[in-house]
Design a protein around this ligand. Structure first.
Ligand SMILES: Nc1nc2c(c(=O)[nH]1)N[C@H]1C(S)=C(S)[C@@H](COP(=O)(O)O)O[C@H]1N2
Ligand SMILES: [Mo]
Length: 354
């Protein structure tokens, strides 16, 4: 009996210690990446800052809206304490304790107020949101990071012009697919690493993703290349990974751009870009595609097929051409009034020839 009691007491002690240690470990926010050193802010220090209280509406990726009121200091006020300013930052990354993370771009940093909320509707945050939830009113809920434990100060990648466009469907056709279980469905996916390697996209800069519903998102190169693009079943093309929370998945990818290369889904382009009919073929004008991706203006463009076949077309003739999916789902080009050899089957790449 005595022994039992002691055992229980010991267990309780261990539990209390564990609880206080974990609470303590998550009870602070670190800001890393400033040249003059990291900043550690305890929850108590955050609460000592002046606060704002705001009625906000969070909108998630499915369009569901939730209304509540939040209270906390602004990120700008916190930075001011350390003689820093939010608007002078190029980009930051919010990192949560649960593995969720998201990059906040310069446009958001320059135009929006960021609130480090520790009260919701006047009450302390729920367990999984503590110690703070970043709230950016007027931005999508993907930026409203619960359980915020780290803020990374990032530099921006040097802007380079897009010089080549790859068609996702053709590129995927050159790769091995793997089984990927998505909810109740067994689907096929390709490794992003394989895809990028195959397309000689070896840069380590961030990837700019755009979904067909207009969502734009910048993803870290390592996170992106460690993931998969699911190509069959629902929500495709879908960026996902067993290593990241579902909130980081990107559904219905229209295109993604990294450095001088872009990858576009023709299936999604047919939904998201303006369609045209040319000599009874329905597709998208070549110029529409190149403009959507911001491809550089050049005199000659090369169209390359998956078997290595290629043909060159003058810039002046580009608007005579469309890209379409044939009845086998293959990407093809067709130019009205140009020689038949400009009709490329299994189109993989369009690149500006220097
Ligand atoms: N820590 C953490 N914060 C997060 C996420 C997450 O998975 N983990 N998901 C984000 C996404 S994608 C959305 S849409 C919202 C969802 O917020 P809700 O659960 O309050 O609806 O939280 C954002 N903040
Ligand atoms: Mo989301």
């Amino acid at each position: 009996m005595r022994r039992n009691l002691r055992g229980i007491l010991f267990m309780v002690l261990v539990m209390l210690l564990t609880i206080s240690l974990t609470t303590w470990a998550e009870d602070k926010l670190v800001i890393v990446g400033f040249s003059d050193g990291d900043i550690e802010v305890t929850a108590a220090a955050l609460k000592a800052l002046p606060t704002v209280t705001k009625d906000v509406v969070s909108v998630n990726s499915s369009g569901t809206a939730k209304k509540f009121s939040i209270t906390g200091p602004t990120f700008a006020d916190l930075l001011a304490k350390f003689d820093k300013s939010q608007s002078s930052l190029e980009a930051i990354r919010f990192v949560a304790g649960d593995g969720y993370s998201i990059e906040v771009p310069a446009e958001v940093l320059q135009n929006r107020q960021i609130i480090l909320a520790y009260l919701m509707d006047g009450e302390p945050l729920d367990e999984k949101s503590q110690p703070v939830r970043a709230v950016i009113p007027e931005e999508r809920a993907m930026y409203w990071v619960r359980n915020l434990v780290k803020i990374e100060i990032l530099g921006v990648d040097e802007q380079v012009a897009v010089e080549r466009v790859h068609f996702l469907e053709t590129a995927v056709g050159q790769l091995e697919t793997v089984d990927y279980t998505y909810y109740e469905s067994l689907d096929q996916a390709v490794s992003v690493q394989d895809l990028l390697t195959n397309l000689a996209m070896t840069d380590d800069s961030s990837i700019q993703l755009r979904a067909v519903d207009g969502l734009n998102k910048s993803e870290d190169q390592k996170i992106f290349s460690n993931g998969y693009i699911k190509v069959t079943g629902t929500d495709v093309p879908l960026f996902l990974s067993p290593e990241i929370p579902k909130g980081m998945y990107v559904k219905h990818i229209l295109h993604f751009i990294q450095a001088d290369a872009a990858v576009i889904s023709m299936t999604k382009a047919l939904e998201g870009l303006e369609q045209t009919t040319l000599d009874d073929i329905e597709g998208i004008n070549v110029v529409t595609i190149l403009d959507a991706l911001g491809v550089v203006k050049n005199e000659i463009y090369r169209l390359i097929a998956d078997d290595g076949y290629f043909v060159e077309v003058n810039a002046a003739d580009l608007s005579l051409g469309i890209i379409y999916l044939d009845d086998k789902g293959q990407v093809r080009s067709y130019f009205s009034g140009l020689p038949k050899n400009t009709g490329v089957k299994g189109l993989l790449t369009i690149e500006a020839v220097k």
